[in-house]
Design a protein around this ligand. Sequence first.
Ligand SMILES: NC(=O)c1ccc[n+]([C@@H]2O[C@H](COP(=O)([O-])OP(=O)(O)OC[C@H]3O[C@@H](n4cnc5c(N)ncnc54)[C@H](OP(=O)(O)O)[C@@H]3O)[C@@H](O)[C@H]2O)c1
Length: 210
Amino acid sequence: MRVIINCAMSADGKIALPSRVQIKISNEDDMKRVHLLRNECDAVLVGINTILSDNPKLTVKEKYVKNPKNPLRVVVDSKCRTPGNANVLDRSAETLVVVAEGFSKQMGDAEVVECGKGRIDLKKLLKILEKKGVKKLLVEGGSTVIWSFLNEKLADELMVFVGPAVIGGKGSLTLAGGEGAKCFEEIIPLKLIDVKRIGDGVLLHYRVVK
Ligand SMILES: NC(=O)c1ccc[n+]([C@@H]2O[C@H](COP(=O)([O-])OP(=O)(O)OC[C@H]3O[C@@H](n4cnc5c(N)ncnc54)[C@H](OP(=O)(O)O)[C@@H]3O)[C@@H](O)[C@H]2O)c1
């Protein structure tokens, strides 16, 4: 399975306001790129904190793509905290809520699957998704989930849109949070594939070196 991480960050590497409230970093041309990318992926994955703070729909907007094909929406949510009225639980696309062992509960029309003890076992999750026919997975954040995918060497590509703004704030989330590397050997090496100007921002495209 090909796993692509996509994220938008400010010039100082932040992905949200210090309050963790979402902020628009992408411009319209980049939004179009993201929706085209979603359209060609079989599944799109986010962490529960992104659901709680941004309430994204994770569908492909017709405004950007004609005859959109919505990917499976996947939420990594150990304790099954996805609110019943979350946009990912609407009926516009299929949704898989991935919870830790013992945390299953009814989630409207969404499928709920247990995968891992205490925390989601992402390697195992990729196998489950593969069995569902997912060949291309888009990871859209947030910071903790992105670190996990990179740290566990599960991501193949990283696409970062750098918007023309500085958010600042010592505690503001950056592209990759989690535990972070404890020594040089644990940093995640990347190979730059492409750099492209998109209007007032820049798209950096990396291959993750494994
Ligand atoms: N600029 C952008 O492109 C962009 C995109 C997306 C999000 N964001 C921002 O990112 C912020 C949210 O990021 P976040 O780091 O707080 O949270 P997150 O990555 O959205 O979710 C992290 C949570 O997922 C759950 N989880 C379960 N298993 C996991 C595993 N193996 N690895 C990692 N996480 C696992 C954990 O909660 P449980 O233990 O409860 O399961 C964990 O705390 C928001 O402010 C949002 O606005 C920005």
